[in-house]
Write a protein that binds this ligand. Sequence first.
Ligand code: SF4
Length: 296
Amino acid sequence: MRIGVQLPNGLKRRAFEICDKLGSDVILSGESCFGACDVDLNLLADVDVLYHYAHTKIVKLGNVIYVPYFIDFDLEKVAESVRKIPEREIALISTAQFCHKLFELKKMLQNFGFEVELKKGGDRVEYPGQVLGCNYSVLRDSKAKAVVFIGDGLFHAIGASFYSGKKVYAVNPRNFELIETDSSDFLRTRAIQVSKCVGLDKVGMIVSTKPGQKRLSLAENLKKKAIERGFKVLIVYMGDITPEKLMNLPFDFYVNTACPRITYDDYKRFEKPIISPNEFEYLLKLREDLGLDEIE
Ligand code: SF4
């Protein structure tokens, strides 16, 4: 049986260790693997089974097995950090690598007198409390006064703050640092990016070829509305979206219907403005706020 293996960047260096355990007929994917949205379909076509590591299932594809990868952390120290926040009604959220300890953390915090919400979001996520850079559905209708994100970096915490309108604290489970996040810079940056597109009319509507990021009907719908308003629009298909790939294209700006992190996290890498579908609707005067791009 031929086995395919797909690893995120953080695990690629351990490829021998992981692949050797699976036998001798193993092929490692050299493509990007940013999430479970990013299944290597070319490799899948040539193997009997594809092991996709460290992400939870998004797309139901036969012969793909999602292998979890959990990172251990010191619960007591994380709970002590959370204890410093003033709000007592909180929602716990995290990314797939740290979600396995949220139930235990919830119990500890309840013993400290917190009311803790730990819900599961929509179909795109698997664990209670889990968020993705493209999905904060776990916070929909949240009754909590504040949100506590357990994880690395501030991207998800800022996204959660923008999505929910609540105060969001981030606790890093590696060094136990507690940070109160603020999404006002994020909003300012997005408003600047959108303002750069005013008066421009040649639009590249990016559609991802990755199975869990492909939003062709959204792109077609936006294209139709934009053409009715005098824009010139072409839909552009691509896998990884890089500055080199956009370099020779004739557009004034891009609407990215692929992974929202490209719009929000990577926009500085691109020479031309790159905005989300919601932001394009705002530009077309079809909505009154910039919104947060979410994939259901
Ligand atoms: S679309 Fe982007 S944010 Fe969503 S799962 Fe894929 S890589 Fe993560």
